[in-house]
Design a protein around this ligand. Structure first.
Ligand code: DX5
Ligand code: ZN
Length: 227
């Protein structure tokens, strides 16, 4: 990321207090956060279950943040309409759910998301090489680089992700796509490592436990933004 460009902070609701989502949203809305990251898990693609479109729809009127839905589900295609209807502004799906099986070719998912005027992202797991999504780059708005194995909040950042981010940053620059495609990094981002992740090339930082388990989530978001 160029010097002095500020990152987009995307608090991940997965780590919030589910019994008091309205207050948690208020803390985010009153901060420098611009996106709200919504982790959707189906206990198939990942070994955990989170929440579905009815929760997203219920909280939509209580926040002005940009709603960023991260689909960690084995059948993203069937779930798209419900999340579009629930008020998502952006949706990412995992390439591992499409290739090599191609039950739903990525292009079909991308078209469905873009046709509804949402931003579209493709997510890759830590062991998935970036080259598998290169052929879709001209159709999408952001890539989600997983820096933990998807499924749970509160895990440690995988250090080799830093190299992955900078090589993706370089590839995007070489392809003249750097202004068009944002790099989102998801998992294990804390105040102590956020700066090096930004310096490696991240534009959007997803942070769950660091934000919501802190004493003052608004302040933690603002600190991360101002690093
Ligand atoms: C992991 C999720 C992440 C998670 C991040 O499967 O995709 O978005 O909520 O949480 P932390 O910041 O606690 O690693
Ligand atoms: Zn996520």
């Amino acid at each position: 990321m160029p010097e002095n460009k500020k990152p987009i902070i995307a608090p991940s609701l997965l780590a919030a207090n589910f019994a008091d989502l309205k207050s948690e949203l208020k803390l985010c809305d009153g901060s420098k956060a611009e996106w709200l990251h919504l982790d959707i898990m189906d206990q198939q693609f990942v070994p955990n279950l989170s929440f579905g479109p009815s929760i997203v729809k219920a909280i939509r009127p209580h926040s002005n943040l940009f709603f960023d839905v991260h689909l960690m589900v084995s059948n993203p295609f069937d779930m798209l309409p419900a999340f579009i209807d629930a008020g998502a502004d952006a949706i990412s799906f995992h390439i591992e759910t499409t290739e090599p099986r191609f039950t739903f070719p990525p292009k079909i998912l991308i078209n469905m998301i873009k046709k509804n005027n949402l931003r579209c992202g493709i997510a890759i797991k830590p062991k998935t090489p970036f080259k598998v999504i290169e052929k879709y780059l001209s159709f999408i708005d952001y890539v989600v680089i997983m820096s933990v194995e998807p499924g749970f909040g509160g895990q440690s950042f995988i250090p080799s992700t830093l190299e992955k981010i900078s090589s993706i940053d370089t590839i995007l620059k070489e392809k003249n796509l750097r202004d068009k495609i944002a790099i989102q990094v998801d998992g294990g981002i804390k105040l102590h490592n956020a700066k090096e992740i930004i310096d490696a090339g991240a534009d959007i930082l997803v942070a769950g436990s660091e934000v919501f388990k802190s004493e003052n989530p608004t302040e933690t978001i603002n600190k991360m933004y101002n690093l």
